[in-house]
Design a protein. Structure first.
Length: 140
């Protein structure tokens, strides 16, 4: 489907006025029952955390936001999706490959329409968390 047709089919025009003056999201926090294994996995992929508080909080700065892991009392995060926006399609592919190499699973990258044309690289971590890595593509 061409992007213009996609926009006409799925977007409200004109766009509804936002009720609040949002600046953005500051970060995502994931709670893990198997906290030590999760920290090990994310450290293997992202490198050492930039924030360490006690024995139950680790944080990685991802661009202008934070990914924080906390000790959870039960289970691991599921029925949610973590979205990571990359600067280039090649970086999206490279990050997905690193998550898979560390023990995650995913399908081959593809170009799709998702609000706009994007490079789409989905992966599931070993704990059941769905991670969507993407990069906006140029509008043609």
């Amino acid at each position: 489907m061409e992007y213009d047709n996609y926009r006409e089919k799925f977007f409200t025009m004109p766009a509804p006025e936002q009720r609040f003056k949002f600046r953005g999201l500051h970060g995502t926090t994931l709670y893990f029952g198997d906290y030590e294994a999760a920290v090990s996995y994310y450290t293997q992929v992202l490198g050492e955390p930039a924030y360490v508080e006690g024995t139950g909080t680790r944080g990685w700065q991802l661009g202008n936001t934070w990914l924080t892991l906390l000790k959870g009392k039960m289970g691991n995060p599921q029925n949610m999706e973590l979205n990571i926006i990359m600067q280039t399609p090649a970086e999206a592919d490279r990050l997905q490959a690193a998550f898979i190499e560390a023990g995650g699973s995913g399908e081959p990258p593809s170009d799709q329409l998702m609000y706009q044309p994007v490079r789409y690289c989905a992966v599931d971590d070993p704990f059941g968390t769905h991670i969507l890595i993407f990069c906006p593509l140029p509008l043609e």
